[in-house]
Write a protein that binds this ligand. Structure first.
Ligand code: ATP
Length: 601
């Protein structure tokens, strides 16, 4: 499984693929409307081109032939075409200002949010928060909010002059040919420069996304960095990220500006040549002076958009690269669910010859693990750091699937249990508690939104939360975003236990929640845990062996293998890793701080 690929692509995306991704992006609800809007803009650009071409007959009728009726007819044609173009454009842009595009943007954000919930957690954890944030907000906005405006500008710059050129055949084929000859002159230039410009834009988008992630991580890590007096050194890293961004911006400007100036010059020159040809034809009496005057108006009107069109195509690159990133994220498949779907009604747990390797790791983190946890038993996982304890619990929560073997709850393979039902079977209490920016009540209730007030209160009481919740400035309604940082580690931990109690799942995973607490908080948290684990199948990751010596069973993991299992006394009786760990921890317990000036003995 790999993280969403955000690497810059080499060449420009073919237009058709971009079109399809755009339609997928706005979703089936808005796609027909957007298609109509784009076609409307295209038609408006064509009508505008025809309107411009009709200026020539207006001029010749009025100024050369002095035929007022004919002149007025052509003027009416010009006006009708211009009005029709404006109406079409107005209606097409209505897609934006009626709020349909904003609604589509919102739906896309929600779909991305749903995808984040669906995708395998292992993949999600490999993505950096800042990059995801930048994708869900900026990429989506870049893509959808600007699409119609940019397309409109491109159509005015390219389609309108092209339509004018074609229509000019009806007036004077030589002028029409000369006019259309400007296009073949710019196209090779455009095709030659576009890939480099596209690359520039894509690298820039990628650099923005990385900088976003760096800034977020820096801000989040500041307390740790300051404590470690590393705020400066990490700031240097951030400065380097910004330097890279600056270099890429400069590169992008170089790659973008040069072709712009070049195309603008070619366009200006080409149009001057068209006028020179017209002047020559007039001099030889082959073209009407009034027609040349009309041509002059057309050239003046079109030279500006035509010479800047390459600028707008660069914006298309940004849209394409955002669509690429969104498509890459949406392509990530959730872990498949095998048929027939089944929900266990017993809660014993079985690992059957499970081998698991992380996508980025050379060696398996778990090797041939077979074990059985009876229902309503308390099992502790012990072993040195990196031995695979956390990995084993992650597999039980199905954050990833093992490459070999199977994991079963109540005899049902995890792969057959629907994801939301599996989530309902397991409560987890981690060492680090994540509190959401919401009230205390909402933070606990999130485990079971339909819980009654009485159930909420009972869970908080059993988790020993009531006394501190009632002391908070607004009690249950205190927003934790404001004061989350002021709660002690033990209090935060008890809120997370209250959550788990309210959820009342039959299986409980504890990642030794008391490891980081002082003795007093540990006691109250321990009492809360006792309430939580009653009658549950419990798996505890234990760092301090003294806390789990009373477990029904201990599993000793070493380098991804299960090397011993049994009760504390049984494991202590035979020489091995457990006895060594126990002895080392007992020695460490006797360790105490010695006041300066006295010597330890
Ligand atoms: N996302 C990952 N990608 C690659 N390797 C990983 C990943 N997560 C963990 N590992 C590796 O898998 C092995 C087992 O890690 P795990 O976190 O399960 O150990 P642990 O026993 O829980 O350690 P600790 O007690 O320090 O928390 C380690 O070698 C670790 O480096």
């Amino acid at each position: 499984m790999s993280a969403p690929s955000t690497a810059p692509r080499k060449g420009p995306t073919p237009w058709l693929a971009t079109w399809q991704r755009l339609m997928e992006g706005v979703g089936p609800e808005a796609a027909p409307g957007l298609r109509r809007a784009i076609l409307g803009l295209l038609a408006a650009a064509i009508l505008q081109g025809l309107a411009l071409a009709s200026i020539v007959p207006v001029f010749t009728a009025l100024f050369s032939r002095r035929d007022l009726t004919d002149g007025l007819v052509w003027l009416a044609v010009f006006t009708a075409l211009t009005v029709a173009a404006s109406v079409l454009r107005w209606r097409a842009q209505g897609f934006d200002y009626d709020g349909q595009m904003s609604a589509a943007t919102n739906r896309l954000r929600l779909r991305l949010g749903a995808q984040l919930r669906r995708m395998p957690l292992e993949t999600l954890q490999e993505s950096r928060t800042g990059e995801l944030n930048s994708m869900v907000l900026n990429s989506v906005d870049e893509t959808l909010q600007t699409t119609l405006t940019i397309l409109n500008l491109i159509f005015i710059a390219v389609v309108t002059p092209f339509a004018t050129g074609i229509a000019l055949f009806a007036v004077d084929w030589r002028m029409a040919l000369a006019f259309l000859a400007v296009f073949p002159a710019i196209l090779p230039l455009y095709r030659w420069r576009r890939p480099a410009m596209g690359r520039g834009k894509r690298i820039l988008a990628q650099a923005h996304q990385e900088a976003n992630a760096d800034v977020l991580e820096y801000a989040q890590g500041l307390p740790v960095l300051r404590a470690a007096r590393q705020a400066g050194s990490k700031a240097e890293r951030l400065a380097k990220t910004f330097e890279k961004l600056e270099a890429i911006q400069a590169y992008g400007h170089r790659k973008g500006e040069k072709p712009n100036i070049l195309v603008a010059s070619v366009v200006e020159l080409g149009l001057v040549l068209v006028l020179a040809l017209g002047a020559g034809l007039v001099a030889f009496g082959a073209l009407d002076l009034a027609a040349l005057a009309g041509l002059l108006v057309i050239v003046a009107r079109l030279s500006e958009p035509l010479s800047t069109f390459i600028l707008y195509t660069a914006m298309v690159e940004l849209i394409e690269s955002a669509l690429d990133r969104i498509a890459a994220l949406m392509r990530i498949e959730p872990l498949p669910q095998d048929d027939p779907a089944e929900v266990p009604d017993r809660f014993d747990i079985e690992f059957d010859a499970v081998t698991f390797r992380y996508a980025q790791a050379p060696d398996p983190a778990l090797k041939g693990i077979s074990l059985r946890l009876p229902a309503r038993s308390l099992t502790a996982l012990v072993g040195p750091s990196g031995s695979g304890k956390t990995t084993l619990t992650k597999l039980l929560m199905r954050q990833s699937d093992p490459q070999e073997g199977a994991i079963r709850i109540g005899g049902v393979d995890l792969r057959q249990i629907p994801a939301d039902r599996l989530a309902g079977l397991i409560s987890v209490v981690f060492q680090d508690v994540y509190l959401f920016n919401d009230t205390v009540a909402a933070n606990i209730r999130m485990a079971r939104p339909d819980a009654t007030e009485a159930e909420l209160r009972a869970a908080a009481e059993a988790a020993h939360c009531l006394e501190f919740i009632e002391r908070l400035p607004k009690g249950w309604d205190t927003p934790l975003g404001d004061i989350g940082g002021r709660l002690s580690g033990g209090e935060r931990q008890r809120i997370s236990i209250a959550r788990a109690l309210l959820k009342d799942a039959p299986i409980v995973i504890l990642d030794e929640p008391t490891a980081a607490l002082d003795t007093e908080s540990e006691l109250s948290v321990q009492r809360a845990i006792d309430a939580l684990v009653r009658d549950k199948t419990v798996l505890v990751i234990a760092h301090r062996l003294s806390t789990v010596a009373g477990a029904d069973r201990l599993l000793v993991l070493e380098e991804g293998r299960l090397t011993a299992q049994g009760r504390h006394a049984e494991l202590l009786a035979c020489p091995g890793r457990y006895r060594r760990m126990w002895e080392a921890q007992m020695r460490a317990k006797d360790w105490h701080l010695v006041p300066a000036g006295t010597s330890a003995h």
